[in-house]
Ligand binder design. Sequence first.
Ligand SMILES: O=P(O)(O)O[C@H]1O[C@H](CO)[C@@H](O)[C@H]1O
Ligand SMILES: Nc1nc2[nH]cnc2c(=O)[nH]1
Length: 296
Amino acid sequence: MCDNNSCVGCKNPYTYEDVEKIANFLRSKVDIKPRIGLVCGTGLGGIPALMTDTVTFPYGEIPNFPVSTVAGHDGKLIIGYLSGTPIVCMQGRFHFFEGYPLWKVVLPIRVMKILGISILVLSNAAGGINSSYSIGDIMFLKDHINFVALGGHNPLQGDNEEKFGPRFVAINDSYDREILKLAKNTAKELGIKGVQEGVYCCIGGPSFETVAELRAMKMLGGDAVGMSTVHEVITAMHCGIKCFAFSLITNKCPMEYDGKNTPNHEEILDVGKERQDDVRKFVERLFKNLAQFKVK
Ligand SMILES: O=P(O)(O)O[C@H]1O[C@H](CO)[C@@H](O)[C@H]1O
Ligand SMILES: Nc1nc2[nH]cnc2c(=O)[nH]1
């Protein structure tokens, strides 16, 4: 094991106070107290354009923060307002496959917690496993299957930091039912087509899935697959943040051995661009509706 706090096997060295220092750095530069956090997935980095009164921090300028290495992830933390609500937005996230240990992938969520968020909205690009899904559909997550955690990698591993939450945390109710209801009503209000509700499977990546793996996921009840989100959700649940997540279905997964539907990152980015108007409209209205949402 190396000592640079970056390899997968490294134990999380960040105490609550270390994370607080990062939050204090941000607080020293901006007066806004964010209420909601937003994580923009692959190809969904256009959402921050909707924000007002923004202060932008490239990840490289935040002390002790990781940096984004994936195309479609700009690598900026933006604090400002969305639909009148103070928010903190990650324009680009970190992934396990980038070589970061999971505790580092989720570090921004703990920073957001200390900044004061009580709700986290996450987005991602995902491949559709459910045969009734079409490219461009928006799937609201009702649950997930986390193959990374089932395989032994969990962002909460290592010493537990009690100031964030307990050693053992229940995550059977990760996707807040009330926010999910609000999101469904929001999509209905706007007449957005192709809205689904389903189970997101998380793999480590960066290779996509084999046909046999996809068929196994389908048998287990998975509707879509990607390489992110669930680690952030686990961390948010650990420190008492309510979560809502949605996937943009950017491709149909290859469920047959016929060479069709082979996923590639460029097409995934293109679908993100094609659907950005509806996604932006939805996110803007969701945040407007969330402004009235009382966190219990
Ligand atoms: O989950 P986000 O960050 O949207 O990224 C998705 O897109 C990438 C594949 O093109 C993978 O990283 C997958 O997880
Ligand atoms: N793992 C995975 N991630 C994706 N992100 C977007 N599409 C896909 C996919 O088909 N598989």
